[in-house]
Design a protein around this ligand. Structure first.
Ligand SMILES: [Zn+2]
Length: 472
């Protein structure tokens, strides 16, 4: 019997709007004070009326366009009825049969739909387990839900999909999509088919990191295969991922749509999407990560894994490009590889010490490019470049000014090195003899002595050439 896992994803993302989905309470995920951003509308008081947040609808349309989905002319909101203490209205306004987006594709996985709904509040349980508190700051925050077709077959593929979606949401500026903060939440529908007959679907929830996406799906595939191998049947149910115990646990037998008694939201008019400025939204869709990576590979000769790193953050990619354009406009050799290395190893390393983001640092891309030009032209040693970079980060100074002020320039002029080379040769005749006998390390010894005399400012390549020439 041939068994094949089938995985579909349902991904929720909180949208980064000013206000909530159906009222003008602030949408502020950083608000620490419980119930600070609540009004009678999002608290579900009788007699209040919701109004649709246009920016939230536009955000989802933007995502739909980026993912090549279809925008229907009409869409509407529906009530999904259920009781839970984090849901103050006793129902959630969501979308049932007419979502904002139909279809689309990402990483070769077909999308079924993308719709818009409101988030729930949060329950906070006391440590002694005797009482619970409810915080409605999150209740009514715009929440996008993307549902894929069951086209995914491995846990790794599911993780790649979720990571790419996160990056796209960030590129589009519609969500920070931080999984650890609950801004992006992944649910996986996992089933195992036997001889191409679709298996029973199990929904896995409580997945709070990319690692958990991977581990929960792997576990669930293995569990279902074991049940089927031993002649058992898979129960259609919702299971939760327990990160500590590293397994999925049954939560409830899966409810059907009719359990929620969906009906059209009577307090909101249907949406005529042709009245939205779709052309303007389309223009606001930036170059997406996939295209950017390909272009970086071609334009700057970056290897695929380097292009991936450079494009992992839109702001970093833009910084790289601005610096690269300086390299192009200078007569200096356009050394994109060196730029990439200084950016992703040296600058990222220094930024990691303080936790700064690229948008916070004092070094502008022009000055960063100047540093690369100084290094690639042999005006400063690579050791000096690292020191200068640290000073640039602290002061925001132009590297050329730092070199001048601190007299850090590398000596690449042969006549200026002549005297030092001669005196080292004279002082260390034993090493000279060793090198003549073929001992390579003797050459490094001589260069090291010369560098010490020059306080590290000699051009090591030039010194090497000079020593070899003088000795032979
Ligand atoms: Zn409100």
């Amino acid at each position: 019997m041939k068994r094949q896992p089938t995985i579909g994803l349902e991904i929720h993302a909180e949208l980064k709007t000013q206000t909530k989905m159906f009222c003008d309470s602030l949408n502020d995920p950083e608000e620490k004070h419980p119930n600070a951003n609540v009004c009678p509308v999002c608290a579900g008081h009788p007699g209040t009326l919701p109004t649709i947040n246009k920016a939230a609808v536009e955000s989802v349309l933007k995502v739909g366009m980026a993912l090549k989905g279809d925008i229907p002319q009409f869409s509407k909101f529906d009530r999904k009825n259920y009781f839970y203490p984090d849901l103050p209205k006793g129902y959630q306004i969501s979308q049932y049969d007419l979502p904002l987006i139909f279809g689309g594709v990402l990483n070769g996985v077909r999308l079924r739909r993308i719709h818009l709904e409101e988030d729930t509040g949060r329950l906070i349980h006391s440590e002694d387990g005797k009482s619970s508190f409810v915080d409605y700051n999150r209740a009514g925050v715009p929440l996008m839900e993307l549902v894929t077709e069951p086209d995914i077959t491995t846990a790794d593929q599911a993780v790649e999909f979720a990571k790419e979606l996160q990056l796209i949401l960030r590129y589009l500026g519609v969500s920070d999509a931080d999984m650890e903060k609950g801004q992006m939440r992944v649910e996986a529908n996992v089933s195992v088919s036997a001889d191409n007959v679709l298996g029973t679907k199990v929904e896995v929830k409580n997945i709070n990191s990319f690692k958990a996406v991977h581990d929960a799906i792997e576990f669930e595939i293995k569990r279902q295969e074991e049940v089927l191998s031993s002649g058992g049947k898979i129960v259609q149910e919702t299971r939760g991922w327990d990160d500590a115990k590293h397994k999925t646990v049954s939560q409830r037998i899966k409810e059907e749509a009719h359990d929620y008694r969906y009906f059209p939201e009577p307090d909101l008019p249907p949406l005529d999407l042709s009245k939205f400025d779709l052309a303007a939204i389309k223009v606001a869709v930036p170059e997406l990560p996939k295209e950017k990576r390909l272009r970086f590979g071609k334009e700057y000769a970056l290897k695929p894994e380097q292009a991936e790193v450079a494009c992992r953050d839109r702001a970093v990619a833009e910084y790289f490009e601005e610096a690269a354009s300086e390299l192009k406009s200078e007569d200096a050799r356009a050394d994109f590889q060196l730029l990439y290395n200084y950016l992703t190893s040296d600058l990222f390393g220094l930024m990691a010490e303080t936790g700064a983001a690229i948008g916070d640092i004092k070094i502008d891309p022009e000055n960063f490019a100047d540093l690369v030009i100084l290094a690639s032209g042999g005006k400063i040693s690579s050791r000096t470049a690292k020191d200068i970079l640290r000073k640039m980060l602290e002061t925001g100074m132009d590297p050329n000014d730092i070199v001048k002020r601190e007299n850090l320039g590398q000596i690449s002029d042969e006549s200026a090195l002549e005297q030092t080379v001669a005196s080292i040769l004279e002082k260390h005749s034993a090493a000279v003899a060793d090198f003549k006998k073929g001992k390579e390390s003797a050459l490094q010894f001589l260069i090291g002595k010369a560098m010490a005399e020059l306080k590290g400012k000699g051009n090591p390549k030039l010194l090497q050439e000079m020593f070899i020439r003088k000795i032979s």
